[in-house]
Design a protein around this ligand. Sequence first.
Ligand code: 5GP
Ligand code: ZN
Length: 111
Amino acid sequence: MSDDCLFCKIVNREIPSEFLYEDEDYVVFRDINPAAPVHLLLVPKRHIRSINDLESGHESLVGGLFPLAADMAKKEGVNESGYKLLFNVEKGGGQEIFHLHLHLIGGWRKK
Ligand code: 5GP
Ligand code: ZN
């Protein structure tokens, strides 16, 4: 837990948010400013600043984001149409919230 971290506050329900999924390690909620019809944020509850801050012992926590993403894509109905998974890393990589999270983005109209 980091005191001034927005996602820690969301994880701890200090800021009310609708979770699409929660277990002991992760929460999933919709991005407030979606870049596509489906834009989810998959967030480990543990405060890790960014991909740059991974340490040994974090592998299973971070690795677990990928099967969770596949499950969420299915729930959102974008698994077959396809989607993007994205980590922004640090300011130059577009990161604004310095609590590790995976973007799941999809649901564009089929051509
Ligand atoms: P980053 O740029 O750090 O990779 O992604 C942070 C994301 O969090 C952005 O896409 C932004 O729209 C989203 N975001 C920022 N504040 C909130 C919030 O209070 N609630 C939700 N649901 N998303 C937020
Ligand atoms: Zn945090």
